[in-house]
Design a binder for this molecule. Structure first.
Ligand code: PPE
Length: 305
């Protein structure tokens, strides 16, 4: 899907969408040292619109930047305000928001001491990331032949542009093989995360998710863990192998873009009944209620427009 909106924010200015351009010697274009966020804004049940967990996303953006020696030249308050301004300027009641911190043109090479740190914020309408059908009936996944980089090869807890080459390779491989999404193992062979989602399995009523070793500390992951515990479900952060998923009752993925997507098959093995399970469905419902402001326990997660 081609993305398009009316306006975007670049280095403190609101520009027409077509003017959101940059020089071809932009450092990040060559070396991938940039960081970004993915945030969603939803229509709430009371007819307003709200951004889901905005402060957490802005903080993660700053932390990601810090991990790769970038300094965001705006305060968290300024970034948050700019995000609100972008939504207003585009008149978007529901949107996916993409802030990007990148190194502009100046010097080349791996010691970019004279390059400006630039910030861009765009927003557009983005439906179900893994498809409406997948959201409802579950997707088909394969374990990738690519592995997640070692924690010391990469800042795996930072959302770094260059890190997505690994995700891209895995996603391309999975799609070309007829699957919807790829699942990464870590350097020791344990389940890590998907190309753009954290993962959870359910077996005998217990929910398991890999610990945050080489996986991104997902904000959706954190929200879903909270929603599960609210419902008295036990959530354990523990390592598991791919065959534990084959033998699980349920398996699902979480991410801002993917929301909570059930997985019905891994590597040609149907998971559980081969349909989204009851815990997956109840957590998906809980997640959508929370983002839409229908769960009063978690209104604090919302920043209203
Ligand atoms: N792991 C990875 C590698 C990842 O990219 C994401 C988000 C997550 C986990 C989940 O994080 P969170 O959104 O905080 O729950 N992936 C973003 C990018 C998707 C894209 O294609 O671009 C997203 O969901 O916005």
């Amino acid at each position: 899907m081609t993305v398009q909106a009316k306006k975007l924010w670049l280095d403190g200015k609101m520009l027409d969408w077509k003017d959101g351009t940059t020089h071809v010697l932009t450092h990040t274009l060559h070396y991938g040292v940039g960081v970004f966020e993915g945030i969603r804004c939803y229509k709430t049940t009371d007819g307003r619109s709200a951004i889901f967990r905005l402060p957490e996303h802005v903080r993660r953006l700053r932390h990601s930047a810090y991990a790769v020696y970038l300094k965001v030249p705006y305060s968290d308050e300024q970034i948050s305000q700019a995000i609100l301004d972008v939504l207003h300027a585009n008149e978007l009641a529901e949107a996916y928001i993409r802030p990007l911190v990148f190194l502009g043109a100046g010097t080349m090479g791996l010691y970019p001491d004279k390059n400006p740190t630039q910030v861009m914020i765009a927003a557009w309408s983005w439906g179900a990331y893994l498809g409406e059908e997948g959201l409802k009936n579950g997707i088909r996944v394969r374990v990738s032949s690519y592995i997640r980089p070692h924690v010391n090869s990469f800042m795996t807890k930072a959302k770094v542009c260059g890190g997505y080459v690994n995700s891209y390779l895995a996603k391309m491989e999975a799609k070309r093989d007829g699957y919807d999404e790829a699942l990464f193992l870590d350097t020791e062979g344990y389940v890590c995360e998907a190309s753009g989602e954290n993962v959870f399995l359910v077996r005998d009523g217990v929910i398991k998710t890999p610990p945050l070793t080489a996986a991104l500390p997902g904000i959706t992951r954190d929200s879903v863990m909270t929603l599960a515990r609210d419902r008295g479900l036990s959530v354990v952060e523990t390592r598991f192998s791919r065959d534990e998923i084959y033998m699980a009752d349920e398996f699902f993925m979480t991410g801002t873009a993917a929301e909570l997507t059930p997985v019905r098959e891994l590597d040609g093995r149907a998971i559980g009944t081969g349909k989204p399970g009851p815990i997956t469905q109840s957590l998906q419902d809980a997640y959508f209620r929370a983002v839409k402001g229908a769960d009063e326990r978690h209104r604090a997660w919302l920043t209203y427009l």
